[in-house]
Design a protein around this ligand. Structure first.
Ligand code: ZN
Length: 234
């Protein structure tokens, strides 16, 4: 991407945030989710979304941080899967529809013995909002990809290196959208549950010393480092 294109994109990202700036919350625990608030969210960020009953509150809260997805069709679907959450556009819509008119499906695993402890149903509220934010960050990337871009994404899914980079950057998008504290809760929770607290960090990647992160997802220290550099958290 050349410099002018990058600048224009950054301007629009900033412009979008400045209009819809969301309050940064360290935690959503104990925040009242009244009927009026619920109704107002379903009529705004909830447009063109299909939500499972169990997670409406978490998903609507996360959506408030993604104003660019307001008119994007997203279906959240529960299914048995060893991947706690994942997202993809429907095949038909990625071929035949323009980026904003595609339908995206976010699968939430309802059952998987191998990763039971980190399934959505077993997460604390903030981790649930954080991980939904991560999936919405993928959608936010997809809506800026034309057919060729989506073809590249499909090909990229065959490459470990590409997946490492895309997941890492998706975590960064989540933090830059204002859900840094929630992503942090998710990251810490998963590491404790999977006994992976000692995974190496990706600090060199953040500092520009390498173009390959050492791990696919940001570790808690890296999330904190990105938050420290982001004015939203000041
Ligand atoms: Zn992801």
């Amino acid at each position: 991407m050349n410099f002018i294109k990058k600048s224009v994109l950054l301007f629009f990202v900033f412009f979008t945030f400045s209009i819809h700036a969301q309050i940064i919350r360290k935690s959503f625990e104990g925040i009242e989710f009244s009927k009026e608030y619920y109704d107002s969210l379903t009529k705004t960020v909830g447009l063109r979304k299909k939500l499972p009953n169990d997670y409406q509150k978490q998903i609507l809260q996360a959506l408030t941080y993604f104003p660019e997805l307001k008119n994007v069709s997203i279906v959240f679907r529960l299914k048995k899967s060893s991947s706690p959450l994942m997202v993809r556009p429907t095949v038909g819509s990625s071929v035949f529809r323009s980026a904003k008119n595609r339908t995206y499906i976010i699968f939430i695993s309802s059952h998987s013995p191998s990763v039971d402890s980190i399934l959505m149903k077993n997460l604390p509220l903030d981790a649930q909002i954080g991980v939904v934010g991560h999936e919405l960050s993928h959608v936010s990337f997809f809506i800026n990809q034309g057919r060729f871009g989506m073809f590249k994404v499909a090909l990229g899914n065959l490459s470990w290196k590409y997946l490492d980079k895309i997941e890492f950057e998706t975590d960064r998008t989540t933090v830059l959208h204002g859900l840094g504290y929630q992503l942090l809760v998710w990251s810490e929770f998963v590491r404790v549950k999977l006994k992976m607290e000692k995974w190496r960090g990706a600090d060199e990647y953040i500092q520009g010393k390498t173009n390959r992160p050492k791990e696919r997802y940001m570790n808690p220290e890296t999330i904190k480092a990105v938050m420290a550099h982001c004015s939203l958290y000041k």
